[in-house]
Each structure stands twice: as C-alpha cells, then as structure tokens.
Ligand binder design. Sequence first.
Ligand code: ISJ
Length: 370
Amino acid sequence: MVQELFNRTRFCLNEHLPFVLYRKPNTHELIGIFQDSDEVHTVVDYSETGFVFAPFDADVDAIYIKRDAVLKSDFTPENNTLKPIESSVLLNVDGKEGYIRLVKKALSYIEKGTFDKVVLSRKVHVELTDTYHHIFQRLLTTYPEAFCYYWHHPKIGTWMGATPEILIKTSGTQFTTMSLAGTQSIEEGQAPSWSYKELNEQQVVTDYIVDVLKENVQALKVLERESVRAGQLWHLRTELTGVIAPSKFGAVLKALHPTPAVCGNPLQNAKRFILYNESYKRSFYTGFLGELNLQEEMPRNRNRKNQENSAYKSIRKSSELYVNLRCMQLVQDKANIYVGGGITKDSDPEREWEETAYKSKTMLRILNNK
Ligand SMILES: C=C(O[C@@H]1C=C(C(=O)O)C=C[C@H]1O)C(=O)O
C-alpha cells in the first residue's frame, strides 16, 4: 500500500500534478492528497477545504491542494541508523560572517528600541545524492514525533520538512495552539537547563498569543510550560486551549500567523526588518501548512444505542495546521535548508550562529546518507 502512494507521487511528478504526502506526529498512517489539475487554488477566507500551504508573509496568498483523491496507508518505520554528520558540514562556514553581521545589526535595532525580539534565518545549500522518495522515507523514520511532509506543486515547487510546532488544531470550535521557543542541543541523559534569555523569549510568545486571541476565543487556558524534544533539540513549549467564537476561525488564524516565535515583537517592526535585511525570500519557510476544514463525523449523543443511524451523527469541521520549520526546498538535485532563531538583547551572535547550525542538522542528517 505504501508503494501505491509512492507510485502515485512518481506519476504526479511525471504528469506535472500537485500532491502532498504527510504523516501526523506519533501516528503510523501515511496520507496522500492528489489534485487532478495543475491549477493554483488560492485561499480567500479560510473557509476552503484541502491541504493549505501558506507563506511567511501573510500579505502573500496562501494556496491549497484540493482533495480530488485521498489515499492512506500504514507506515511502519524501519530501524535505520544514520551516519553522524561531520562538524565541517554542520558548521559549514559559508555564510557565517553574513549571519553574524545580520545578528549584530538586529542587536543595534533592539538597543534603539525598534523591537525587542526578531527571528532571523539563513539558508544552507546542499547537493543531493539520493532520490526524493528515499529522502522522505528517511525523514518519516527518523522523526516519528514530528509532522513530516513532502509537498509538490508543478507551478510552485517542492518542499519537505519535519516540524515540531502546531500552529492550530481544531475540532469543531475547540482548539489547541502552542508557544514554542528556546533551543538547546540535547546531551543524552541530561535535563535541559534554561537561561533567563530563553525563558523570557518563550514567555514573550505565550503572552503575545494570549493577547491576540482574547477577542476571538472563549475559555482560554494556558497549560504548564514544559521542555520538549524535537529531533536532537530541546525546546520550551506552552500549550493553550479554548473555544473559538462563532465564525472567527479565519480571524484566529490571522492573529496567530506569524507569531513572535517565527517573526518577533512588536510584529510589524520585526517583519519589516526581516523582509529588508534577510538576503532572500523566506517563501514558505515559517509559513504554515496542513489539513484545512476536513469533515469529521461525530456521534451526536454517546448514550444513544443506535450509533449506526445517521440521525445520531453530526458533522464537524477539523483543521490541523503546523508551522513550516525544519524544512527544505528541493530544486532538482539541490536542497535549500532554512534555519533561524530568536534574537533578543541577551543574544550572543556566535551562539546564535551555532543554534542555526544545530537546527540545520535535522535535515542534514537525512540527506547525508551515502
Ligand atoms: C525559526 C525556527 O524555530 C523557531 C525559533 C526557536 C528559537 O528561537 O529558539 C525555536 C523554535 C521555533 O519557534 C527554526 O527552526 O528555523
């Protein structure tokens, strides 16, 4: 069955048709969505149904792939051991000077008071030595706890990623979102120890989310902050739950994207700095992606015996959207890996560079296997 999914994607690549393959965190089901034409469908108001792919810049259209055909298959990860990455590859010094200069410039803006946090990023270029299918299979096997995807649109491009960050997950009006920030490399057997810089940086994101959601949600709950693993990294995470006010889903999404986790604070000043000073377009990196407005069948009354009878069932909409992190854009036999991190007044440029190097490992590990 998995083979059927992969064969279909090969067919789509040959025939220039859009598709996406994905697997949700901690599940064993690979899902494929296939569109019958190469049309580019743009999102108007987030009432659309399909697999959405939205860029970082919210002023640029988000697109979605229509669910003309949906195939599902069990996917059981094989045991695979990846070769360790040589540090010369990891800390590939290309671009180091430019990134450090950029961090220093951001620090001078923080000092002037333009913003107190900005998330900066860079691209790592890699020559591919393997097929897209093998790379994606390794991605699925290596990151069972991530949302893993392989997305293609003949008129837009090809992307792959293994993201740890939920933008929003809804079932009917119930929703969950998260504030994820702060990064440390995992030392096996050791708990992370967070500095003031990291705790504060993540708190800024949580406070921001609470503030922007208040108008459009009810019963907002902020859960306990925790340390979570994402590949070989630790992050700080706070989950938030609540109920979306009637017909406010689009407004909630607009409020959540982008958050200071991937842009900065205050948002507009940070965004302006990013757009003018990063030397390339982020395109879909730090945008979001996932299932938009799928229909879920719910039993209307759990005490009713005759659950088969459709009179006792109701239809609910559900969405599951992720922030596009730990991802790469594939262009023929090359990959552009995108990595970034939050800069605040306590940032040390050299350590910020190292943080992006650690983040690049998530994709480099699965590319560097020959
Ligand atoms: C920007 C990225 O990650 C974001 C920034 C983080 C940080 O600054 O510590 C941590 C998780 C993400 O919210 C990335 O992975 O490229």
